[in-house]
Design a protein. Structure first.
Length: 109
């Protein structure tokens, strides 16, 4: 493999975000159903909540890739995939927590 290739260097981060996004689609659907019903709406409310949640995690994926992808060097494991998933849903807190400290990866302690 050509180690100067950008995609090759980002492979661990891309895999982590990809798995997290794949897991987030059914999670957003379930939350959309629950929250849409809790708001007292019908199908339209569920779809609106689902769409908003999908937009939220897609935006979060972009933010995570921009902030931590260059530092992500460890292979993807089940535990690390879970951290990527949580990071994807909690990305605003991660941004607030790293303000002024520099970006850290989902697995960095």
């Amino acid at each position: 493999m050509n180690h100067d290739d950008v995609l090759w260097r980002l492979r661990h981060a891309l895999a982590g975000v990809g798995v997290a996004l794949l897991l987030s689609v059914p999670t957003a659907a379930l939350l959309g159903r629950v929250l849409g019903d809790a708001l007292g709406g019908g199908y339209g409310a569920r779809v609106a909540v689902y769409a908003a949640l999908l937009a939220y995690v897609v935006l979060g994926a972009g933010v995570l890739l921009a902030r931590v992808a260059a530092r992500e060097t460890r292979p993807l494991t089940l535990r690390r995939a879970g951290r990527w998933f949580l990071s994807l849903w909690l990305w605003p807190a991660l941004l607030a927590g790293t303000a002024g400290k520099g970006a850290r990866g989902p697995g960095d302690a």
